[in-house]
Ligand binder design. Structure first.
Ligand SMILES: *[C@@H]1O[C@H](CO)[C@@H](O)[C@H](O)[C@H]1NC(C)=O
Ligand SMILES: *[C@@H]1O[C@H](CO)[C@@H](O)[C@H](O)[C@H]1NC(C)=O
Ligand SMILES: *[C@@H]1O[C@H](CO)[C@@H](O)[C@H](O)[C@H]1NC(C)=O
Ligand SMILES: *[C@@H]1O[C@H](CO)[C@@H](O)[C@H](O)[C@H]1NC(C)=O
Length: 311
């Protein structure tokens, strides 16, 4: 079980190291089911006006992000990709255009823990933590659907928690009330990410739009975006990696310098109430909607390497 130990050793510690978004919050009276959910990014969603445990007051534009990789780099250790499914990258709060709040309070410039290195948590033995939460099923799902590339998956999970979970106001530990059990927000965060991910089945949606992985036919990013929009209702951000189109043989001489290998999909939401309720309201991607090449037939949605896929 050494992987299990390391997973929790890495993911569990960040809370104590980093602290909450609104330090000094009372643990009393955060029964969010008793209040009307407030839509994030609306005028009312400000820390002074609502309970920051019951509405997302920091940012409030939420992204569920997914990867399409063709291999993991750790196949020999049993780290495989799920069949016919994209994998989880994370759940991120993005800073929206803050027309209502030019000077956020508290000063999130100083409060943001993003970018701090992850440090091992000392204290509770990891085995006790796992016994207390009894979340082997969660761990199993994460192993199958939240897959690292060229690194153990748990490393990605730890990064995602320490970088992003701490920027949601509703994961502050005080929000869990006086009966808070140490690190329960870590489990809560991972469960919430999965719930969002399950609502946006990228592989199936693309497939229903006639877009399936192929090593012989490339696609137009507009068609990829269109297939998702048909199902999701809003435009996602489509991310590509690999060579730029103008540096490939078919794109030689072209002014189109976008990337050519489909690798990410980002779904944008506002959320009603705390993000844990999973009441996302889809919104269009803001700003740039892709970094992929725009030419027809410029974007590769590659088939996976056969031995990289779980059967
Ligand atoms: C919590 O709510 C109860 C019932 O309304 C109230 O008596 C109590 O003072 C509140 N506690 C705090 C810390 O606001
Ligand atoms: C927030 O903190 C940063 C960094 O300490 C500081 O430069 C800035 O002036 C502060 N902003 C406010 C509104 O206090
Ligand atoms: C392709 O575009 C990039 C980015 O604009 C540029 O740096 C590069 O020189 C271009 N390559 C060719 C072959 O035109
Ligand atoms: C398809 O192409 C990608 C990228 O070159 C490669 O990694 C993958 O193994 C190929 N898949 C199959 C089934 O040939």
């Amino acid at each position: 079980m050494s992987v299990v130990r390391r997973v929790f050793a890495l993911t569990v510690f960040s809370q104590g190291v980093l602290g909450g978004l609104y330090p000094g919050l009372s643990t009393a009276n955060h029964t969010c089911n008793l209040v009307e959910p407030v839509l994030s990014c609306s005028d009312g969603a400000q820390a002074g006006l609502v309970d920051s445990c019951c509405a997302e007051t920091y940012g409030g534009l939420i992204l569920q992000t997914q990867f399409w990789n063709t291999y993991t780099g750790r196949e020999s250790q049993g780290q495989l990709l799920p069949k016919d499914s994209w994998t989880i990258h994370g759940l991120w709060p993005a800073k929206p255009r803050r027309q209502y709040d030019p000077e956020p309070s508290p000063n999130t410039t100083t409060g943001t823990p993003a970018g701090k290195p992850v440090k091992p948590w000392k204290g509770e033995p990891i085995s006790d933590f796992i016994k207390r939460f009894r979340k082997y099923d969660l761990l199993d799902y994460m192993n199958k659907h939240w897959t690292g590339l060229n690194q153990p998956s748990w490393y990605l999970w730890a990064h995602e928690f320490s970088k992003h979970a701490t920027c949601f106001s509703s994961f502050d530990t005080e929000c869990y009330g006086p009966a808070y059990v140490q690190h329960e927000e870590v489990i809560d965060f991972y469960s919430t990410v999965i719930a969002y991910y399950q609502n946006v089945p990228t592989w199936r949606w693309l497939s229903q739009g006639g877009i399936t992985p192929s090593n012989t036919t490339a696609y137009a990013v507009a068609d990829i975006q269109g297939a998702i929009k048909t199902q999701f209702g809003k435009v996602p951000y489509v991310g590509c990696s690999g060579p730029r189109y103008n540096e490939t043989a078919p794109g030689k001489g072209s002014k189109d310098n976008g990337f050519t290998v489909l690798s990410e999909m980002w779904y944008y939401y506002h959320v009603n109430g705390r993000v844990q309720r999973v009441q996302g309201v889809p919104v269009d991607a803001s700003g740039s909607v892709t970094n992929c090449a725009k030419a027809p037939g410029a974007v590769w949605y590659y088939e996976r390497t056969a031995h990289s896929v779980a059967q």
